[in-house]
Design a protein around this ligand. Structure first.
Ligand code: ASP
Ligand code: MG
Length: 423
């Protein structure tokens, strides 16, 4: 058994869906494949806006839901013309559920509503693609990840219960492959469910993680993430046109890269795969025959510098108001404020009189964080910050990177340097 994952960009239009079809025709003949699919294109962003409107500006809802509907129906029409009605009927039933939620009142819990609304993206994409594939005789079964990946009630960042999830997944997947006589099972990335079958999600971009949870549970031979790049690159070509592909990457190195924010793989994905020694391939979906990149229990061969850019960061410096030194008690308190605000620290540094953190500039969260910190601390902050991490750096490479830039914070270890600079 293998697990394939297709992200939103690879199914953003009819051509993308046809490409999924092509890849499955090519590989599913000889192989049982569990296919994990994200919401199409930028659907999750749109659903986040719909949720906002549901809370703060209901009159915007009809046109936004209409856009969501049209985005999906356009793909159906491009794929099937008039024959697409069968798919549209299925999607309509899902839209009816969404309309019903949006016609009601929101709950007291924003994150709960987030998960029950934003999870529609993956339900819609997988219903669309599964039904289409069955119509063109790429026989498959659809499975609902909300009843297979079990999490706690930590909405938007559900914590996976591995024991129950792997049991549920294994039983369901084996049953579907055996009893329904199919080689393809289609399920959703990103979404999961609680014991009571309430929807949860695994954090933005969490579909890779879903693929790893499925692979772990069924002891898959491998996971393949199909992407719009040739494989894992040593830098994001958006910032670094001369980026090159890494062929073989040890798990540890890939975990480091994902940790520092290489956006290719969701950071939680690799650990479960490493535990079971399941290799992960990153392959270009337009050229399925290419080798892509392979992450496995291998040795790092001649490391080349890898660059990770995190843009739109904020650098916050925190000073005790009484001019005391930064001590463990302050740190303890600062960390609990940061954690209560559900903020991830991308880099931190302390000096005698201040403690600085660099984190993603999520406006609403940061405003609240600064407000909470200000109660007891003096807080200074800088927006429009970029965090550059270079693994396997050399002095030349660093010099090149920081020329004409003001470096606000620098941290280095033997393998990694991190630089906080203005955008
Ligand atoms: N659709 C979700 C997102 O955009 C999950 C994913 O794509 O991995 O964040
Ligand atoms: Mg995505």
């Amino acid at each position: 058994m293998k697990v394939y994952k297709f992200g939103g960009a690879s199914v953003k239009n009819a051509e993308g869906v046809r490409n999924v079809e092509k890849i499955l025709r090519q590989f599913a003949e000889k192989e049982q494949i569990v296919v994990i699919i994200s919401a199409i294109g930028k659907t999750t962003n749109l659903l986040e806006k719909i949720l906002d409107a549901f809370y703060y500006d209901k009159k915007q809802l009809p046109s936004m839901v209409e856009t969501l509907r049209e985005n999906h129906y356009t793909i159906v029409r491009d794929l099937m013309g008039d024959e697409g009605q069968r798919i549209i009927d299925k999607l309509d039933a899902i839209f009816k559920q969404l309309d019903d939620i949006l016609a009601g009142e929101h709950s007291e819990n924003f994150d709960f509503d987030y998960d029950r609304i934003v999870s529609f993206g993956e339900i819609l994409s997988t219903k669309l693609i599964s039904t289409y594939l069955n119509m063109v005789r790429v026989k498959n079964e659809w499975a609902d990840a909300r009843s297979l990946i079990r999490t706690d009630h930590n909405y938007r960042e559900g914590k996976v219960d591995w024991e129950i999830s792997s049991h549920l997944i294994r039983n369901k997947i084996v049953e579907l492959f055996e009893k329904r006589n199919t080689n393809i099972i289609i399920s959703q990335g990103f979404i999961a469910g609680t014991e009571e079958m309430l929807s949860t999600t695994l954090g933005r971009e969490g579909s890779d993680y879903s693929a790893a949870i499925f692979a772990y549970s069924i002891d898959a031979d491998s996971v393949t993430i199909w992407k719009d790049v040739p494989g894992l690159l040593n830098a994001d070509p958006k910032f670094f046109p001369e980026a090159v592909k890494l062929e073989q990457i040890p798990y540890e190195e890939a975990i480091e890269l994902a940790y520092y924010g290489a956006s290719v793989i969701h950071p939680k994905t690799l650990k479960p795969l490493q535990n079971k020694q399941i290799p992960l391939y990153v392959k270009p979906f337009l050229h399925p025959e290419e080798s892509g990149s392979k992450i496995s229990a291998s040795q790092m061969e001649n490391p080349i510098p890898c660059y990770i850019f995190k843009t739109n960061q904020v650098l916050i410096s925190i000073y005790p108001r009484d001019f005391s030194f930064i001590a463990v008690e302050n740190l303890d308190e600062i960390f609990s404020i940061v954690s209560r605000n559900k903020i991830n620290i991308n880099l931190m540094q302390n000096s005698a009189l201040s403690f600085s953190i660099c984190c993603d500039n999520n406006a609403r969260k940061i405003e609240k964080l600064i407000e909470d910190l200000t109660v007891k601390y003096r807080v200074k902050y800088n927006f429009n910050i970029r965090l550059i991490t270079i693994r396997h750096y050399t002095d030349e490479v660093v010099e090149q990177m920081i020329k004409d830039k003001e470096v606000m914070v620098e941290q280095r270890s033997r393998t990694t340097i991190q630089l906080v600079v203005g955008e």
